[in-house]
Design a protein around this ligand. Structure first.
Ligand code: NAD
Length: 332
């Protein structure tokens, strides 16, 4: 059984090759993203393994079906980049890794809150240049602040636990309340109230038709002046030009993003010697109160281990037509 991997980095090859020993699949790694231009690279593969920025639309799926690919294995939790209906029509199974390490993403979210607040990134550079002044590094106590969490699934629930540990009041909105989260003292409120009451808003819902640009000029206007917004979920949750306008007015006090709507042309690459044509990301990065990380929230060795093991197990179970161990892993 052959699996063609797209968008691979050295760490993908390392973790998948290590854990493939007990599965014995033939693995082929491509650095390029999967899209309509690159799908022709797939030859004699039974499965393709894709990541967050591979574009698995209907045209690509038809090409995969024509090449007898039977499985699309996402090595991530989100699946907004795959046309599930096209996969269904073409009899291709789609599986994912529903929860490889929610803590990895929740902890990175907390790191972004702390960095933006206490400016440790600036302090690090300052001290290295023998500048021991504290001017401009003033932060605020997290203890007693209100944190609003939108989406309390695996990652949102973990983030709620962390922020409660800091002594924050945690409020949340989700289309389905998580009873365990509620029992831990998190109050569910309508989304408008969460936005109005929070000092920090963190997004942990999936990207879909209901959540696209959930943060836009109207919802930004509902937020407390000077509040912090964190997005470690998917870039499309935020209307970026509206966020830039809110930052310019001071309506938004801090922005931390690990994801960006146009990230597929930028993230996971070293572009340090290139001219970036995307003026929006350049404008974002020019603000002193904006922190951008390049989709690294998942990036812990525990998460990469789980991603490799669960992805290979999903493919094995689908190939042998047995039931997937986790129902949530099978999308089509
Ligand atoms: P999950 O499915 O466990 O939780 C998502 C939650 O969002 C669910 O409770 C769901 O009911 C809720 N939800 C759905 N629609 C909603 C809406 N309209 N408003 C509010 N809540 C809504 O998913 P998860 O594992 O917690 O992951 C959340 C998201 O994080 C994923 O969709 C993915 O996009 C992103 N993610 C990012 C990284 C990263 O490295 N930055 C890594 C993993 C996942």
């Amino acid at each position: 059984m052959k699996i063609s991997f797209f968008s691979t980095q050295p760490y993908d090859k390392h973790f998948f090759s290590t854990y493939n020993d007990s599965f014995g699949f033939q693995l082929e790694f491509f650095e390029t993203q999967l899209n309509a231009q690159t799908v022709s690279l797939v030859e004699n593969a039974d499965a393709v393994c894709v990541f967050v920025n591979d574009r698995v639309d209907a045209a690509v799926i038809e090409q995969l079906a024509a090449r007898n690919v039977r499985i699309i294995a996402l090595r991530c939790a989100g699946f907004n980049n795959v046309d599930l209906e096209a996969a269904r029509i073409n009899n291709i199974h789609v599986c994912r890794v529903p929860a490889y390490s929610p803590e990895a993403v929740a902890e990175h979210t907390a790191a972004m809150v702390l960095t933006l607040n206490r400016k440790t990134h600036k302090a690090y550079n300052r001290v290295r240049e023998q500048n021991f002044s504290l001017n401009g590094l003033l932060g605020f106590d997290l203890h007693g602040k209100t944190v609003g969490v939108i989406g309390t699934g695996n990652i949102g629930a973990s983030f709620c636990r962390i922020m409660k540990g800091f002594g924050c009041r945690v409020i949340a909105f989700d289309v389905i309340a998580n009873r365990e989260v509620e029992a831990s003292g998190v109050e569910y409120l309508p989304v408008i109230e969460v936005l109005q009451q929070s000092d920090i808003v963190s997004l942990h819902c999936p990207l879909n038709d209901q959540t696209k640009h959930i943060i836009n000029s109207s919802t930004l206007a509902m937020m407390k002046k000077g509040a912090m917004l964190i997005n470690t979920s998917r870039g499309g949750l935020i209307d970026t030009p509206a966020v830039i306008a809110a930052l310019k007015k001071g309506q938004l006090g801090y922005l931390g993003i690990d994801v960006y709507e146009q990230e597929e042309k930028l993230f996971f690459r070293d572009l340090s010697a290139d001219i970036i044509e995307d003026d929006t990301i350049q404008r974002l990065m020019s603000f002193p109160n904006v922190l951008v990380t390049a989709h690294q929230a998942f990036f812990t060795s525990e998460a990469l281990t789980q991603i490799a093991l669960v992805t290979l197990q999903n493919i094995q179970e689908l190939a042998t037509k047995s039931n997937l161990s986790s129902k949530a892993a099978l999308l089509v």
